[in-house]
Design a protein. Structure first.
Length: 257
């Protein structure tokens, strides 16, 4: 299974999964249809599935047009998003599995950004391979999503599920927010040498117009404050030892950063 990153809107990423063996494709969170259609045309392949993580228009905006071009494709989303995702046919819950190519994804229920958000995790199939995590707006490179429909406690629980995945998991998040996220991270975790190194690397990459997605989960665990609510330095900075309070305070600070 190959993953192709497509740019969309102002800062969105769409992820196209391609199986060269069967010459079929699936797409994760098509914000708009045209980038997907161009990529499919270049590959000369057929779209058979849409995997949506949540209902926001910058993740489902291309569903209807893609369905017009490929009327037999199947649209997947979370069961709690019933009625909110255009064309949804499959209603997924925690622990469900979906197949594409030679890979099977595990479905995680990760509310917080929205009440119905899910993530798709394709475990690695060999020691040389990475796992692939498609997490929508729950986890970002260096950050996490705003809490539009959920609570800090829900988001801590959701991010805990993702934090427990292997370090060699690639994090395919849906926005290019990394540089701003790391600027905030430095404001609450300034003595973290891994974070300082990452910030310099990301700053140089963005200066050259390079994408910062995917990232590796192992790097997120070392540098992303929204996965480090139990780190003593961050707890000291926030002034609390309660994980949910620390996370909630971090999220509130980031909202106005």
């Amino acid at each position: 299974m190959q993953v192709k990153r497509l740019s969309a809107l102002s800062d969105n990423y769409i992820f196209l999964l391609h199986d060269p063996e069967s010459n079929t494709a699936a797409v994760v969170d098509p914000a708009e249809a045209q980038p997907v259609l161009r990529c499919l045309d270049t590959l000369g392949t057929e779209l058979i599935a849409i995997f949506n993580t949540h209902h926001h228009n910058d993740h489902v905006g291309g569903n209807r047009e893609l369905m017009q071009h490929f009327p037999n494709l199947c649209v997947y989303g979370g069961v709690e998003d019933r009625g909110r995702i255009p064309g949804q046919q499959v209603f997924l819950q925690e622990g469900d599995r979906v197949e594409f190519s030679d890979r099977v994804a595990e479905v995680y229920f990760v509310p917080g950004h929205t009440r119905a958000h899910i993530a798709y995790y394709f475990p690695s199939i060999s020691l040389e391979d990475t796992g692939e995590l498609f997490c929508g707006d729950t986890l970002f490179a260096g950050g996490c999503g705003r809490l539009f429909e959920g609570t800090p406690a829900q988001m801590v629980d959701s991010l805990s599920k993702l934090r427990n995945l292997p370090d060699n998991t690639r994090v395919w998040c849906a926005h290019e927010y990394t540089l701003k996220n790391l600027q905030f991270a430095l404001s609450v975790d300034s003595q973290n040498p891994d974070l300082q190194t990452r910030y310099d690397r990301v700053k140089n990459a963005r200066r050259q117009g390079e994408a910062t997605v995917p990232s590796l989960l192992g790097i997120e665990k070392l540098t992303n404050p929204f996965l480090r609510w139990d780190d003593e330095a961050i707890r000291s900075e926030i002034g609390s030892s309660d994980s949910v309070r620390v996370f909630g305070r971090l999220r509130g600070m980031k909202d106005v950063f």
